[in-house]
Design a protein around this ligand. Structure first.
Ligand code: TRP
Ligand code: SF4
Length: 400
């Protein structure tokens, strides 16, 4: 009923590293070729946790946008924007808050763990509790059906689905919906009506998904239905009324565990990162001083790649031949560790070169990024305003 649309956001929390590149941005770059994509900087979300140091946000916003562009996110294909410049997100957040049970928010892992750890009052704020609700508004306002996120964000997409369902249920009812739906059932003819009724009951009472599918198939093959009746019968099946907000689905990125310099997952918190745009000397130094198999004390000791963080990087960056060469060379002590690191280092430097090259025009002319974002905000805002018109009307706020 609504067009396919991808939406995702990132908090401006510092320089991005190669983990973001391989884990998130490459996926965005692929998606932008397949679907209309909306990618935004979640600056309000940054404030939910950093309300006491707002000055760091501005810097991080622009640097992060350059990182996105460097990774190949293409403003000619995707819409790039900043959350706080589409203030409709805040209005939807407010309106959704009216119908959001407190318990739904208190159960979300981020809040629950923070409360259980009893970590002082700093994050016992209304804003932090509402973090997932703001995220729901981000998604629902674009009627996005696909939300690429990491595993940790799945509960947020789940609560978004529940909110969309609740919203449609509460406000998606046209006057007399039930009667109109029942009348439409009658029009199916006695036999089909009975079947529809049975399948609907099986789905609504027992949660039988197969019954739901069968009922939908039944509607699909029924030919003499008006469009309005068909939509009513679809809505009536699932218990809702008209669909105003779209239930999104989480798109889990293909698993990529980018190893850091120490073999643990790459993360700023572990201090084991290579930035997305780091200078060549620094990259070289970091790779050359990387830990290797601790059992390989001397050059003449054979080593075991499975115990070595460099091997993890090989698996990301090297082809079959190089992998075989490194494995054999390590186990037979016929290559030294510096020699083994060389192809990895070269691959990273080559990747960095591409990243630097794509970033350069934006560093030379920061106005370019500003204007990309201004365009993106305008495009995003049009859609957001359309949704808000429907939402206000559904919630009875369009009175004269
Ligand atoms: N919470 C997300 C994160 O920390 C960022 C985010 C905010 C987001 N709003 C969103 C992601 C909407 C996807 C969709 O990564
Ligand atoms: Fe690691 Fe390569 Fe040294 Fe083996 S030779 S320990 S894989 S760096």
């Amino acid at each position: 009923m609504y067009a396919e649309r991808v939406l995702s956001g990132m908090r401006p929390s510092g320089r991005l590293h190669l983990g973001h590149h391989h884990g998130v941005l490459k996926n965005w770059v692929k998606l932008q070729e397949e679907f209309p994509c909306f990618f935004f900087v979640a600056d309000w979300h940054a404030l939910t946790t950093h309300y006491d140091s707002p000055e760091v946000i501005a810097d991080n916003v622009w640097t992060m946008l350059v990182d996105w562009l460097a990774a190949g996110v293409d403003p000619a294909q995707a819409t790039l924007f900043i959350q706080s410049r589409v203030p409709e997100h805040a209005e939807l957040h407010l309106l959704l808050s009216m119908m959001t049970p407190l318990g739904w928010l208190e159960r979300v892992p981020g809040w629950k763990e923070q409360q259980e750890r009893g970590e002082g009052a700093e994050l016992s704020t209304y804003g932090f509790l509402g973090y997932p609700l703001l995220q729901s508004a981000d998604i629902l306002i674009y009627r996005a059906d696909k939300v690429p996120v990491g595993e940790d964000q799945v509960p947020h997409v789940e609560i978004t689905r529940e909110l969309a369902r609740r919203f449609n249920h509460l406000y998606g009812r046209e006057p007399g919906f039930e009667d109109k739906a029942r009348e439409a059932v009658r029009k199916l003819g006695a036999k089909r009506a009975r079947l529809y009724h049975d399948l609907r009951t099986r789905f609504q009472q027992d949660g039988d998904d197969e019954a739901l599918e069968q009922a939908k198939a039944l509607l699909d093959e029924t030919q003499n239905l008006s469009l309005g009746d068909r939509e009513r019968l679809y809505g009536y099946l699932e218990g809702g009324g008209k669909m105003i907000l779209v239930e999104p689905e989480a798109l889990l990125a293909p698993v990529s565990r980018m190893p850091g310099l120490d073999g643990q997952k790459m993360s700023k918190a572990y201090g084991n990162t290579i930035n997305l745009r780091e200078d060549a000397d620094s990259v070289t130094r970091k790779v050359r001083t990387m830990q290797t198999d601790p059992a390989r004390m001397r050059r003449t000791d054979p080593g075991e790649p499975e115990r070595c963080p460099v091997w993890q990087l090989h698996m990301i960056y090297s082809n079959e031949d190089t992998l075989a060469w490194a494995q054999r060379g390590c186990r037979s002590a016929s290559i030294g560790c510096l020699e083994c690191k060389q192809p990895v280092l070269e691959a990273i430097l080559e990747e960095q070169e591409g990243l630097h090259e794509r970033a350069q025009p934006y560093l030379d002319d920061p106005g370019l990024v500003r204007s990309i974002v201004a365009d993106g905000c305008e495009r995003a805002r049009k859609l957001a305003q359309e949704t808000m018109r429907d939402v206000r009307e559904a919630m009875g706020l369009d009175y004269g």
